[in-house]
Design a protein around this ligand. Structure first.
Ligand SMILES: [Zn+2]
Ligand SMILES: [Zn+2]
Length: 257
């Protein structure tokens, strides 16, 4: 017992030192998290003060070039503003594949997309609903808002789906019901980053399906994603929506040409 009594303080001491280090690490993380939440931050683009949830300062946010035309998810042809009194028109060859990107994807938009993807900024999705809502033409009406789905394994790994966060924020902002899981992945796909446009399309063909075909049939469905690149992802999502009898339109934060 005496030996144990003698040993015990050392053990407790070691435990306390370990706990102290863990607490210090936790403390640093909490401080960083509180920093990100509450205090004004420096804009990563110009160094000016910026509201935490918007990441960028007002000037840099406002300086991201808007893209006021729809693009075709299948062929990337630009649409145009339509004739007097009529809604803007997308690609005539591929109806149902129009996508409205809010911004041109440049370094400031990229910083926002990156921050959103890694969930570092609570409130950022809500702030980004503004350029999304502006991207959609004023006269257009929708019945449901949904998101490009992540594969379940990817979602587990990342903890959340940034497209879904945007879709929820947009639905809230424009007052249209959200059906977050209207579409689902029908199969796993390879990571897209290193694939060229043709390989991306082959990789994604038939990759999505409607999860609730009856609930989207005949409905005008707004499909949200973060970035439009080759269009392959939104093309495959629009195909799945069209196959279920829905009328899809895409909207993204930005277009990366
Ligand atoms: Zn700035
Ligand atoms: Zn087209």
């Amino acid at each position: 017992m005496r030996v144990q009594r003698g040993a015990r303080p050392r053990l407790v001491g070691a435990r306390l030192r370990g706990a102290g280090a863990a607490l210090a690490g936790l403390g640093a993380r909490v401080v960083r998290a509180l920093d990100a939440l509450a205090l004004p931050q420096r804009c990563p683009s110009c160094g000016a003060l910026a509201a935490a949830e918007r990441l960028l300062c007002d000037a840099c946010w406002a300086a991201i070039p808007p893209l006021a035309v729809p693009l075709c998810a299948r062929c990337l042809a630009r649409g145009h503003g339509g004739s007097a009194g009529l809604p803007p028109i997308g690609c005539v060859a591929h109806p149902g594949h129009a996508v409205w990107p809010g911004w041109v994807y440049e370094e400031r938009a990229a910083a926002l997309v990156h921050a959103l993807k890694y969930g570092a900024r609570p409130g950022l999705a809500r702030a980004l609903a503004e350029p999304l809502a502006r991207a959609v033409p004023a006269g257009a009406h929708f019945d449901l808002v949904t998101a490009v789905p992540l594969h379940r394994a990817r979602r587990r790994e990342r903890g959340y789906n940034q497209a879904e966060a945007l879709a929820a924020a947009l639905a809230d902002r424009v007052g249209v019901p959200l059906l977050a899981d209207a579409l689902e992945r029908a199969r796993a796909t390879r990571p897209q980053a290193r694939l060229g446009p043709a390989a991306r399309r082959a990789n994604l063909a038939g990759a999505f399906r409607a999860r609730h075909p009856r609930r989207i049939e005949g409905r005008r469905l707004l499909i949200v994603d973060d970035v439009l690149t080759t269009g392959a992802t939104l093309e495959a999502c629009a195909d799945a929506a069209l196959a279920a009898g829905a009328h899809p339109t895409g909207v993204t934060l930005a277009w990366a040409s």
